[in-house]
Design a protein around this ligand. Structure first.
Ligand code: FES
Length: 326
């Protein structure tokens, strides 16, 4: 269920990244409790309705009283540009409570963080929690286009200074070293190849990071990836027809949005839990059309044969898609 929360403050982190700070009223404190690395879902106006977009929390539940998300402009990205251009302090936004699995099992374990651009956002929450509330050590490799685009540069420098060898930050700037390189990353990571790795960033960065972790000998089950990159080039604008709660709705489905977010954005109440393709709570049946699933760790071939898909992972691949919850 969505709630309207007030934006207490907007912080311009870099020329193209804004943080929104939300104050949670006491009545919603339990519902908006979170773990470091989780995300909030924001309803953003679109064509007279709204679309849901996920943004990682850069705040830590262990060091920050308010919730903070950090949003970087995506070229031609309607939601991120709307947020950076229009949202000011005092405004209220409609949000879903925190969710997500990109969070360390223990704050006492050492961990690797690989972040590309705004992929630092969940990492910031994790770093602050580990340093303040755990005993783990964090090795961060953080890639950016140039020095001006480094989000949280001063805060990271200050944390590294304050916590000595518990936080090691290696910046990779494309302007100085070229695009991220898996072999060079692997050399940095190899001494730490027996600890869990958390990767967040745009798709090309994630591909390089995965390759680097494999080259460095990090076991695949130790690699955790967060992806919010809007995959507009891989999907299309469509119309979604959905049968739910005894009614049929026709909804505009913008390219790059997940089916579940479109259904929630229309004010309907679909079932879901993890929103990561892990649990199957959002499964529903296709009647017509074509979709791609970004991630699937739960459905088997026989489920697909019966028409089941995961709404939280579905991107449109045909201009008409029809689905049912029955
Ligand atoms: Fe868990 Fe979609 S909500 S798989």
């Amino acid at each position: 269920m969505t709630h309207r929360l007030r934006v207490a403050e907007v912080v311009a982190e870099t020329p193209d990244a804004h943080s929104l700070i939300f104050t949670v009223p006491p009545t919603l404190a339990a519902e908006f409790a979170y773990r470091p690395g989780q995300y909030l879902t924001v309803m953003v106006p679109h064509n007279g309705g709204s679309v849901a977009r996920c943004y990682s929390l850069s705040s830590s539940p262990h060091t920050d009283t308010d919730l903070k998300i950090t949003v970087k402009r995506v070229r031609d990205g309607q939601a991120s540009n709307w947020i950076c251009d229009h949202v000011v302090a005092g405004e209220t936004l409609e949000l879903l409570p925190p969710a997500g699995e990109f969070t360390p099992a223990s704050l006492d374990d050492d961990l690797l963080l690989l972040a590309g651009g705004s992929g630092i956002t969940p990492g910031m929450g994790i770093i602050k929690s580990v340093l303040a509330h755990g005993s783990g050590r964090v090795t961060l490799v953080y890639a950016n286009r140039d020095e001006q685009s480094v989000i949280f540069a001063a805060e990271l420098a200050e944390l590294a200074e304050r916590h000595g060898d518990r936080l090691t930050v290696t910046h990779w700037l494309d302007s100085e070293r070229g695009a991220p390189d898996a072999t060079a990353f692997a050399a940095l990571l190899k001494p730490k190849n027996r600890i869990d790795a958390y990767v967040c960033g745009p798709e090309p960065f994630v591909a390089v990071a995965r390759d680097a972790l494999q080259k460095a000998g990090v076991a695949p089950e130790r690699v955790h990836v967060e992806r919010f990159e809007v995959e507009q080039e891989k999907s299309m604008d469509a119309t979604l027809e959905v049968e739910i709660d005894g009614q049929t709705h026709r909804l505009p489905w913008p390219a790059g949005s997940r089916m579940l977010d479109v259904i929630i954005g229309a004010g309907l109440n679909p079932p879901f839990s993890c929103r990561q393709g892990h649990c199957g709570a959002c499964a529903l049946r296709m009647l017509r059309g074509k979709v791609d699933l970004v991630n699937n760790e739960v459905l088997e071939q026989e489920d697909f044969d019966e028409g089941y898909i995961l709404a939280c992972q579905a991107l449109a691949r045909s201009d008409e898609v029809s689905v049912t919850y029955y």
